[in-house]
Design a protein around this ligand. Structure first.
Ligand code: MSP
Length: 529
């Protein structure tokens, strides 16, 4: 019995370049949610994939001297391998060039056409290939050479020939319905700052959206006019439906109905407008409910600037994983930058967080307690004594509060808050070691019960911390549990029940093992090198 479905997406990423820290950021965040909500009893769908159509990818393929399909195929391993390296547990990986996705696009737009939401007209205006976005001349800026440039990426824009006939979606019909929807669904756009931006944008008026191109053919043909391919965003957004069975409705009968609307789309703040204006309007036009929340996270910055390859500050995830390991990578990005806000990242800061939270707090706790278990109890979990005169157990009280705080933070995708709640128990346990001083108790045979009581409390805290850390650091948690003679926490289906105090079996063999997080030298290389 599950608590129900819990479904969400990352953007599907353009295949013009391999995954970088920015795309890995959203993907790790979604994976943290996936891992937690599975342990919390939900039936999770986590959709990611590759955005393969459109001019940007076609141009990249041409510059590599490859046909676009061959180029896209060649990029799939880079994405799959990066996500495997980071321990990403997606449930579907949608490629927009797959036949099942073409079926989604054709079914969806065919339906909108039948409902009267599409019409043909000529388009005049500007296009930014990098952003795959149309702009009116009044939106554009000028660069130092006087060229018209994209207001977002500042690259020169292309003039769309006035002769090009396009299909349009009646987006302007949805201005008021969207504003009403935002007002009645305060959680639709988060965080709040993004919501204000979107509301102001829609209040400023909406133009109909060109949803097709006829001057090139790298896309899904529209079912009602085969000479036109779908505009890349009119194609890509629909991957969210494909990922839960919409284009495969015979093979995956009932899945779409069970999972739509989804709980979340996780996106970067630069693409919230597509997700909060165009996408809900498309869904409304199709008569489908709208996703519960679009969460627009901030940018990762190095020295205050957005990272990008062209600025030369595009460190790859594998570079950092090599130094810190996967779990510390995930922990750092999920906790040190508050999800929703921009955040500066640096190698120095990563070393600091690693040493403070992982080496000195969590790793140190496990190492001390396991070593003492070996020394005082022959490497076995002692009996769980409930009442030992003169002794109290402050850790059970901290642990009892944990589910409520952690679950609330995770539901709100406040990863920083969730991890801080777990760290509180680890800190309390380290303090308890100091205060209870097992090494002193061990010297007095009359205090054997007290020693057993203290050590059991510490080992049980470690078990509970491992479970709550598992969504962030799945490998370390599995290893800690293994050393305690327990199953992989990823198999837990009711974390609330599994973390009720006192379930660590007495007598389990405890393996000391190597340090989980050996301390790192602060002189480690900086990101810019
Ligand atoms: N293909 C579209 C999405 C279509 S979804 C239906 C796309 N692809 S992308 O490859 O450009 O994806 C970029 C994603 O990575 C965006 O969510 C963007 O915000 C994110 N990031 C790119 N650089 C980033 C940082 N420096 N920091 C955090 N995330 C940033 O857009």
């Amino acid at each position: 019995m599950t608590k129900g479905t819990y479904s969400f997406t990352t953007p599907i990423y353009y295949v013009n370049a391999a995954p970088h820290l920015g795309t890995a950021y959203t993907t790790v965040a979604a994976d943290t949610v996936a891992r937690y909500q599975r342990m919390n009893g939900y039936d999770v769908a986590f959709v990611t994939g590759m955005d393969e159509h459109g001019q940007k990818v076609a141009d990249t393929a041409a510059s590599k001297g490859m046909p676009p399909q061959a180029w896209c195929d060649s990029m799939e391993p880079a994405f799959r391998e990066a996500w495997d390296m980071l321990g990403i547990t997606y449930t579907d990986f949608v490629r927009t060039t797959e036949p099942r996705h073409a079926r989604t696009v054709q079914k969806f737009w065919g339906d909108l056409h039948d409902r009267g939401y599409c019409y043909k007209d000529s388009y005049e205006g500007w296009y930014c290939v990098h952003e795959e976005t149309y702009y009116a001349e009044s939106d554009l800026e000028k660069n130092e050479e006087g060229q018209l440039v994209c207001p977002d990426c500042k690259r020169p824009v292309q003039r769309m020939s006035s002769g090009e006939e396009n299909w349009f979606f009646r987006l302007s019909d949805f201005q008021q319905p969207l504003l009403d929807f935002y007002a009645s669904h305060p959680d639709f756009i988060r965080p709040e700052t993004r919501r204000n931006e979107i509301v102001a944008f829609v209040e400023g008026g909406l133009k109909d959206l060109s949803i097709s191109r006829s001057t090139f053919d790298w896309g899904v043909p529209l079912p009602f006019d085969e000479g036109h391919v779908a505009y890349v965003w009119a194609d890509a957004l629909l991957a969210y439906l494909t990922g839960i069975g919409y284009g495969d409705d015979e093979k995956r009968a009932g899945e779409f109905e069970a999972r739509w609307p989804m709980q979340y789309h996780f996106v970067g703040k630069d693409i919230t407008r597509f997700h909060c204006v165009i996408w809900p309007a498309m869904l409304m036009a199709a008569g489908l409910p709208v996703t519960h929340t679009v969460f627009g996270h901030g940018f990762l910055l190095t020295k205050g600037e957005k990272m990008s390859k062209s600025k030369g500050n595009g460190v790859m995830p594998a570079d950092l994983v090599e130094v810190f390991g996967v779990d510390a990578y995930r922990y750092y990005f999920m906790t040190d930058v508050q999800f929703g806000q921009d955040g500066n990242i640096s190698m120095e800061r990563m070393v600091q967080v690693y040493n403070a939270d992982l080496a000195n707090t969590w790793g140190n706790l496990v190492s001390r307690v396991f070593n003492m278990t070996k020394k005082y109890f022959d490497g076995r979990v002692p009996e769980a004594l409930v009442n030992v005169p003169g002794m109290d157990n402050p850790l059970a009280a901290v642990a009892a509060e944990l589910y409520g705080t952690y679950d609330e933070c995770m539901a709100q995708v406040d990863f920083t808050g969730a991890a801080a709640a777990v760290q509180k128990l680890a800190e309390a346990a380290n303090l308890y070691v100091e205060q209870a001083a097992p090494w002193t108790l061990a010297k007095d045979p009359a205090k054997a019960d007290q020693l057993a009581f203290v050590m059991y409390n510490l080992l049980e805290s470690i078990r509970i911390i491992a479970l709550y850390m598992a969504p962030f650091m799945p490998n370390t948690s599995a290893e800690v549990c293994r050393r305690l003679g327990l199953a992989d926490p990823a198999l837990v289906e009711d974390i609330q029940a599994a973390t009720v105090w006192g379930q660590l079996p007495a007598g389990n063999a405890v393996e000391v093992g190597d340090p989980l997080f050996p301390r790192l030298d602060t002189d480690a290389i900086s990101l810019e090198e």
